[in-house]
Write a protein that binds this ligand. Structure first.
Ligand code: HPA
Ligand code: ZN
Length: 328
């Protein structure tokens, strides 16, 4: 089989996808029309010939990302968004996903937390019933906002604890270290949530942020985190603890000018549980298969290693034991 057929057929798990990052221009138009709201400026100014978003780093990406989501207003919007993404994932033979959402990006513009969570949940349940795809939900805090807002969001989400497996940290990393949220993560753990944090590639304080999430916060996983290759002690620590990394080749190549394929492979070969994921597929133009093929394009990776990346994903996933038995 060709490499693309091989990748397409491989059973996969996706552990790093922002549901708001699956909002395609065409879904944006659909929701704007249905809710009688204007098409966001960032979408209106798209290059209409290619219908593609334009950005060159994390802040410029985030500006478009937050602007576009203003069309998400009702539980039905969130349900439809989740359903569209999970159909796409299913079509690529993704059996299990762990999906981030950014509640503060919605509550801060007047959409209630129950609307967001109940809408997402409806989409997840529908996809589980109709497609057999399983999904865990991860609630992210926006690190460029105040920790008090994150704490209030955590407390407001407690009634939905059974639907949310973990909490995370995303948005603009510059001068927003994980330690800023130490109290929030401590409380989240006490409430029974697992913890993961974004340590985006090539940030101002990448290594210090990775150290903080491992030593000060005590995360169960790291999102991106590829810069860990620069610090042998931290690499030994994730190996010792069996902590996995959710890497995103296409996204990383937008945020950094230095593609991280070589580093991902180096970590894989040294026994770190790295995985490949899509991050914001509607924006970075690539779902799971495209990200795996991109890695294979840029680095010498064997088919056995591509299989190992998926074994890692199922292993470091938070899939229920019951489903793990069905899938594996
Ligand atoms: N990095 C940080 N925050 C984000 C991202 C990302 O890649 N995607 C959505 N929010
Ligand atoms: Zn991400």
């Amino acid at each position: 089989a060709s490499l693309s057929e091989f990748v397409a057929k491989m059973p996969k798990a996706e552990l790093h996808v922002h549901i708001e990052g699956t909002l395609t221009p065409s879904l944006t138009h659909k929701f704007a029309k249905r809710n009688s709201v204007p098409i966001p400026e960032a979408i209106r100014s798209l290059d209409t010939s290619s219908n593609e978003y334009a950005f060159h780093d994390l802040p410029s990406f985030l500006a478009v990302y937050y602007s576009a989501m203003s069309v998400l207003l009702t539980a039905a919007d969130f349900c439809d968004l989740v359903w569209a993404y999970l159909q796409k994932a299913h079509s690529q033979n993704v059996l299990h996903t762990e999906m981030f959402f950014d509640p503060q990006a919605h509550t801060s513009r007047g959409v209630s937390l129950p609307t967001v969570i109940e809408g997402i949940r409806q989409g997840i349940v529908k996809a589980e019933q109709e497609l057999g795809i399983s999904t865990n939900l991860i609630m992210c805090f926006l690190r460029d906002l105040e920790p008090g807002f994150a704490m209030a969001t955590l407390i407001d989400a407690l009634p939905y604890k059974d639907w949310i497996i973990a909490v995370g940290l995303d948005s603009d990393e510059r001068d927003n270290p994980p330690a800023k949220f130490a109290n929030v993560f401590q409380r989240a753990k006490a409430e029974g949530f697992l913890v993961t944090c974004h340590c985006d590639v090539d940030q101002k304080d990448s290594i210090e942020h990775i150290r903080q999430v491992l030593v000060d916060i005590g995360v169960n996983r790291i999102d991106h985190g590829t810069n860990i290759v620069e610090d042998e002690t931290l690499v030994d620590l994730v190996k010792l603890r069996g902590i996995g990394l959710t890497c995103c080749p296409i996204s990383d190549s937008v945020v950094t000018k230095d593609f991280k394929g070589k580093e991902i492979l180096q970590l894989l070969r040294s026994g770190v549980k790295v995985t490949v994921n899509s991050d914001d597929p509607a924006y970075f133009k690539g779902y799971m298969n495209e990200n795996i093929l991109r890695l294979a394009d840029d680095a010498e990776v064997s088919r056995l290693e591509l299989v190992q990346l998926q074994k890692n994903a199922f292993e470091i996933s938070w899939i229920s034991e019951q489903k793990r038995e069905i899938f594996l």
